[in-house]
Ligand binder design. Sequence first.
Ligand code: 5RP
Length: 236
Amino acid sequence: MKQADANQDLKKAAGIRAASFVQSGMRVGLGTGSTAAFLIEELGRRKREENLQIVCTATSFSSQVLGEKAGLTVLPIDQFDDLDISIDGADEIDPRLYLIKGGGAAHTREKLVHAMSRRFVVIADSSKRVQKLGVKFAVPVEVIPCSARYAMRRLMALGATHCEIRMSKSGKDGPVVTDNANFILDSTMDVADPISMETAINCIPGVLENGIFASVRPVQAVIAEAGGLDEITLPA
Ligand code: 5RP
């Protein structure tokens, strides 16, 4: 089996397992990305076949559309004071369950939804495990467009070795534009201290939110490996 196909199977296994944590009556935050898409599909199946009764909110426009297509009720984030559970993928996961997210440029709404959630569960295939954040994946930083050049200089001063505006790879010429009408700066950096780096980046004027999830992090992980599922729960 090709590596990419194997990863799809692992993502699906993690998504389906995490969907089993959802029970009727729950208010659910839907993540963004290919792993979260399997979760959403499974919740839709459970609604059709098992009469699962839930209300959801989405971390991106694309997950809202996927949720609606799956037959789920998806309401705006500000209709909720809090959520029972939220489930989402990640780009990097370290041993303390600190994350880098934002590969889908959705990390600002993702952080908001997961902050509102009593139980944030991260789902992934094992390729997302790292010993230290920033090793494989650049930190995505959402900025208002007019601050991009200034913010890039400030990110370099914080230790980034490379920083660039994320450009669209398909469908659109020019920069990726987020659901909040902003740009993404991908900042290659060693994240030795996730909490202080998350805070320092968010102090740059013009930055809306960055993709280090340390102040908001999951309480539980479902990581699918070739040998089965590894489920990790942080001590309360
Ligand atoms: C979107 C995200 C995604 O959860 C992350 O990029 C993982 O995506 P995938 O499940 O497709 O590997 O943070 O902003």
